[in-house]
Design a protein. Structure first.
Length: 398
């Protein structure tokens, strides 16, 4: 275990003892860390979810030796911690939505940046960034979906501009659905036109197929294989799979990963069926704090006339209101009609990338930022000309 005694001492608590940063890396020590935290009397709000570290090992199975934790102790008191992953990362160079090629580089990925593990203490992020900028000077630093209105983002941005070249600084819409009293309460708050449209589409598909239409939930170890088989049948037909290679695969690796989530109670996914035919799916997870992660969704384009993806998602929302209701649904970054209708809270989040200010960092930064700027210009021109949605629709049907 590495011990790093800090030269400066942020005001963390009233203790006069020095703040110590401790670092652990490797699979065995990583898995032991949650139990180690409990033994130190760590406050309950800082503890990770049950089996969270086991799942991280599964999620990053081929890269698990790069998992680590930097945690902070003052006296015998744990002040916070941050999990990270050292990995070979990449950025896609795109033309429109089409990936042309990727640039690869060693990176340090900060995991769960918005969590309570910082104990609402932004000074810990300053220390974290300072340590790794000195210890890992050749690594790019990446963070996924940090809230743009948070003090963490202000610190990250300030540090990044001082020591690095920062990509992806523009906020992106990030929508959530915070649950109302019941499903009808949510519908009543929508505009009349939206409410009518939702009810009309669901009524059409139910009237056409009656009892042959049903939504099935998959939430335990025994159902993972059946879910993957059906989801894969749909996924390989989708626009995302055909053009971008975004496919829900029914492989041994995929089944092993989802089985680990199911084993610990996180897996919660759905398929919309017509008789024995799956027409839409949602791959999702529900964490112990009541957040439902809306991870991957798709529909079979052969059933497009019945709006299967739209109907599936609203039928799932109605089901979530009735059974094991979460606190919220996290739709992730991005914007589309479904997220706008289902989401009732919008924030902005950013996934910044920090390149070191050296020759290779400048080259990577320039290649990525210039290509992204060109893409944004092309999209803006197409949007202004009214061609963006038409082009997307044509690609989905082709």
């Amino acid at each position: 275990m590495n011990h790093i005694k800090l030269k400066r001492e942020p005001v963390i608590c009233s203790s006069n003892e020095s703040l110590i940063a401790k670092q652990i890396e490797g699979v065995t020590k990583f898995l032991e860390f949650p139990d180690q935290l409990k033994k130190t009397g760590c406050p309950a709000n800082l503890l990770p979810y049950p089996k969270e570290f086991d799942l991280l090992i599964w999620k990053y199975k081929s890269e698990s030796n790069g998992l680590g934790v930097l945690y902070f102790i003052q006296g015998h008191c744990v002040k916070g911690f941050a999990t990270y992953l050292k990995r070979e990362s990449e950025l896609n160079i795109r033309l429109g939505e089409k990936n042309l090629f990727s640039i690869k580089f060693p990176a340090l990925q900060i995991l769960r940046p918005n969590s309570s593990q910082w104990d609402n203490n932004p000074d810990l992020l300053k220390i974290f960034l300072d340590i790794f900028s000195r210890k890992e000077p050749n690594r790019v630093i990446r963070v996924t979906e940090i809230h743009s209105d948070s003090i963490l983002w202000e610190i990250f941005l300030k540090f990044g501009r001082k020591h690095y070249l920062a990509c992806n600084e523009k906020p992106i819409k990030h929508r959530f659905h915070y649950f109302e009293t019941d499903f009808d309460s949510f519908l009543k708050k929508l505009k009349h036109k939206s409410r009518t449209n939702i009810k009309r589409k669901i009524r059409i598909i139910k009237r056409e197929f009656g009892s042959r239409l049903f939504l099935k939930e998959y939430d335990d170890l025994k159902t993972v294989g059946e879910f993957l088989d059906a989801a894969n049948r749909i996924s390989k037909k989708t626009y995302q799979a055909r053009f971008f290679g975004e496919l829900v695969e029914n492989t041994y690796e995929s089944k092993s990963l989802l089985s680990s989530f199911a084993k610990y109670g996180y897996f919660r996914s759905f398929i919309l069926w017509i008789n024995q035919t799956p027409i839409s799916f949602l791959l999702g997870f529900q964490t112990p704090d009541g957040v439902y992660e809306h991870a991957i969704t798709g529909y079979d384009p052969d059933w497009r006339q019945y709006s299967p993806g739209f109907c599936c998602n609203f039928l799932i929302l109605e089901r979530l209101y009735k059974s094991n209701k979460p606190k919220c649904i996290d739709f992730g970054q991005g914007d589309n009609e479904l997220k706008r209708l289902m989401g009732n809270i919008e924030i902005r989040s950013i996934s910044p990338i920090l390149f070191r200010k050296n020759l290779i960092g400048i080259l990577r930064y320039s290649l990525f930022t210039y290509s992204e700027s060109l893409n944004r210009l092309v999209v803006k021109i197409l949007d202004k000309a009214g061609l963006k949605d038409k082009l997307k629709g044509w690609l989905r049907k082709s």
